[in-house]
Design a protein. Structure first.
Lengths: 433, 385
């Protein structure tokens, strides 16, 4: 076990890479960092703060006079980008937790167990007043119960009813037919839970949920996601690709954490305008683009520079990933009949749909990719089923390379070996197409 | 053949009773885990059959569709479905017991999508959720009503209250009898080994409960003449084990397993259904809120459960045995070990182990167990994990 290296060297300053070609990516990354630092000041004034999983409804907190919410997966990405995951996991393993446990969702816990804000990125995570997660896997309870112990706060779990295996081309009708696609029973339960959450927050924080503001938040969120849809649609048909994956990730995700705000809409608009300008000017990541690749799975947060390596070597560009695509296809809701129910429908099965092989195939075809690289973390139950993505894409004519690695823990990352695998894949299966 | 041998036989030839039932024109419902109310299946006039994996069955077919890092016992069930080993099942109930079990539902669906030539029996998901709260209790209650409708559809007959009450009574008797077997294990001089206990408990899922109760009664009638079991008293913790291989290794190393935390072991028969309440309400309450349900227990409750059960069994040591790709129990292990140690119970922890143990795996595991047993014998508890 050793002290982490490069803690403050900042060669990868943010979770989504330090070198930003898109202005909006740099602006949103700075905004997110400043926002994070402001939480400390707000907490010092006695404000509440929530740590939640990425599929939790932060809109609720926004409608309660903007209670700040930090997403565990974002925090994992930050820790990973600072190259500190290995250190925290070594420490956690030394406490008796086996090395093969899940990492992406567990990294904030490993960091919390260290109880050393000076060592942690950006001065560490403030102590939350509440933890929130839907129990979309067996391990969420394990992680969040322990986080509650480390932070001495309450964990509010939300159920995860069994999702239907698939709904044909859900992405085309989800905006309006969400009741049918998500399912009435699951929605009934989730609405009850959201109301219980609101009452709990009202009682414990003294704040009141503002329904009028909530409806506005739902509207702003739709507007923001409509820009993402326009961006996705534009990028998917533009050749050569004008924006690389690291920039897409940075701009999309940093804006997503502020969805439902005017700032989010304004900057999503800026994102679109910047992409459009690049398209109009004919700018490209790789002028001589030879291969278009899709990235399947979570971002490689400990090494976003990885994506760029293949541009120079082959003219192979990672054109798309699930992050922008789900922003385009998974968030927008016709909320007019029942905004709370529409909100419930947004988060329940988003994680499940991200792994829908038919949706992945649709996105692969939309972008016209020559192949897909699929990152598979064997420590995460969500990776079970990835073989069907591979089968469906390959049946649809898209070759797929699975690479077995963790997205936040670089301890077992074999940079040369994996670059060699991807290189071989590009040469033998993608360039020939 | 005595009652114990008959139960061992059922445990080994797991499909024999179900196949015999089917041969007589009956229908068989396969289900996974201890989260499916087999009382209701029985009340519908169907044969409830608990599905299990088998390490010896291999993984050739499942390897075509499923990642290797998937719970090996569920994966084995999937392999057996693909290879026709479960061709006697008319229907399958998949409870939302764990991610791995629920994934089976999605795996079956997607296998058929990518290879329409592969078909499975009709599947119903019993969506039994996991928090202890009222909203969940009401949801589970509705899931139970949906299950009832599905079983009625499958069987073509109504599930009446009398039949359900009778099935609950038979199930409760089974639980009570198995509890008596457990008492024989925790006695000062145990008269039932851990392997025998697994076989007796496990066979309850492979045969009709009334038949199983007869065998248990017969067995218990002769219990006072059973030979005493010698050995260091061990509590088993970790993954739910659908086969006795690790128990055999432990008990051939000078130990006797006096209790365990497993739904193939003692957890199976804890918490009877309340026979004084409305049968449907009682079933919903038992299956959702039973105190022995790991997924509903908090980690603190799970740790307390382990310590309480180990102390009741007068265990001298605890062995933590985890299957690979079954991460949930591993999260509680550090706290369980600490809490057991505080009570003077030392632990031996094996990292994730393969479902099918090679000869060298077995040799290594056995060497570890023997060393642990020897240390316990010598009373050198300090220094153990």
């Amino acid at each position: 076990m050793s002290e982490p290296k490069n803690i403050n060297e900042g060669h990868r300053a943010g979770a989504y890479g330090s070198v930003k070609q898109l202005k909006v990516a740099a602006i949103s990354a700075k905004y997110q960092k400043d926002w994070f630092k402001s939480i400390q000041e707000r907490l010092a004034k006695g404000e509440p703060f929530c740590l939640a999983n990425a599929d939790a409804p932060h809109e609720i907190f926004l409608a309660m006079d903007d209670i700040p919410v930090v997403m565990t997966q974002w925090w994992s990405a930050i820790i990973a980008a600072k190259q500190m995951a290995g250190y925290y996991f070594d420490e956690m393993n030394a406490k008796g937790y086996p090395r093969n446990l899940c990492r992406y969702c567990a990294l904030p816990l490993a960091c919390a167990m260290d109880h050393n804000p000076e060592r942690a990125p950006w001065g560490g995570l403030p102590n939350p007043s509440i933890l929130l997660a839907q129990l979309s896997c067996d391990i969420q309870t394990k992680i969040f119960e322990r986080l509650a112990g480390e932070y001495n706060c309450k964990f509010f779990p939300m159920e995860y009813p069994a999702p239907a295996p698939s709904y044909p081309r859900w992405w085309e009708t989800l905006e309006t037919r969400w009741e049918e696609i998500v399912g009435t029973r699951a929605l009934d339960l989730r609405v009850e839970e959201l109301k219980a959450l609101i009452r709990y927050l009202e009682v414990t924080t003294g704040r009141v949920f503002n329904y009028k503001n909530f409806v506005e938040i739902m509207e702003l969120e739709n507007q923001q996601e409509e820009y993402f849809k326009k961006i996705r649609n534009l990028l998917s048909v533009t050749r050569p690709s004008p924006v690389g994956l690291p920039d897409q990730l940075a701009a999309t995700m940093n804006l997503q954490w502020h969805r439902g705000t005017k700032w989010g809409v304004e900057h999503a608009k800026l994102f679109y305008e910047e992409v459009k300008e690049k398209v109009d000017k004919g700018e490209a990541v790789c002028k001589d683009e030879k291969v278009r690749l899709m990235w399947i799975g979570r971002g490689l947060w400990h090494n976003t520079a990885f994506y760029r390596y293949f541009e120079e070597k082959y003219g192979a560009v990672f054109t798309n990933s699930m992050y922008l695509s789900i922003a385009a296809d998974g968030y927008i809701r016709d909320y007019r009949t029942d905004p709370m129910r529409a909100l419930a429908s947004r988060h329940l099965y988003m994680g499940y749909w991200l792994r829908d092989p038919q949706w992945q195939l649709n996105e692969a075809k939309r972008y016209g990719v020559n192949g897909a690289v699929m990152i598979v973390a064997s420590n995460c139950i969500d990776s079970v089923g990835n073989m069907f993505i591979k089968m469906v894409l390959e049946q649809g004519g898209i070759p797929v390379l699975p690479i077995y690695a963790d997205v936040v823990d670089a301890r077992e990352w074999d940079d040369e070996g994996i670059k060699a695998q991807v290189s071989q894949f590009i040469e033998q299966r993608c360039m020939a197409r | 053949m005595g009652p114990l041998e008959k139960m061992k036989d059922q445990y080994t030839q797991r499909d024999s009773a179900a196949r015999a039932w089917k041969k007589q024109g009956g229908k068989v419902v396969g289900y996974l885990s201890d989260d499916a109310p087999d009382e209701m299946i029985l009340a519908a006039g169907l044969f409830p059959f608990r599905m299990s994996g088998n390490p010896a069955e291999g993984t050739e077919e499942v390897d075509k569709y499923s990642e290797s890092f998937y719970d090996p016992s569920v994966r084995s069930i999937l392999n057996m479905l693909l290879t026709g080993k479960y061709d006697f099942l008319d229907f399958i109930i998949i409870p939302h017991h764990s991610d791995a079990v629920l994934k089976l539902y999605h795996q079956l669906w997607w296998i058929h999508q990518v290879n329409p030539a592969v078909n499975f029996p009709p599947v119903h998901v019993f969506d039994i959720l996991h928090t202890p709260f009222l909203t969940t209790a009401l949801y589970v209650r509705e899931s139970l009503l949906n299950l009832k409708s599905k079983l009625q559809e499958w069987s073509g007959r109504k599930i009446d209250i009398k039949a359900l009450s009778r099935a609950i009574a038979v199930g409760n008797e089974n639980k009570a009898l198995l509890k008596k077997v457990a008492e024989l294990r925790v006695a000062e001089q145990p008269r039932v080994s851990g392997v025998e206990a697994l076989q007796m408990i496990g066979s309850a899922g492979f045969m009709l409960k009334e038949e199983h109760n007869k065998l248990l009664k017969e067995f218990l009638d002769g219990a006072s003449t059973l030979p005493e079991k010698d050995g260091v008293r061990i509590f088993m913790e970790g993954s739910d084990l659908d086969n006795p291989e690790i128990y055999k290794l432990v008990e051939s190393s000078g130990a006797v397993i006096v209790a365990e935390d497993s739904n193939w072991g003692n957890r199976y028969f804890e918490d009877p259904v309340d026979e004084t309440a409305d049968p449907m309400e009682a079933l919903a309450d038992r299956y959702h809120a039973r105190s022995s349900r790991p997924r509903t227990q908090s980690s603190a409750q799970k740790v307390a459960y382990t310590v309480r059960r180990a102390l009741e069994a007068k265990a001298q040591g605890a062995i933590f045995y985890l299957l690979e790709w079954d991460p949930a129990p591993a999260w509680d292990e550090p706290d369980q070990i600490k809490a057991l140690k505080a009570e003077g119970i030392a632990s031996l922890s094996f990292g994730p182990q393969k479902y099918l143990l090679s000869d060298s795996d077995q040799k290594n595991i056995k060497a570890g167990i023997q060393g642990f047993i020897e240390t316990l014998r010598e009373g050198r508890k300090e220094g153990l994990k």
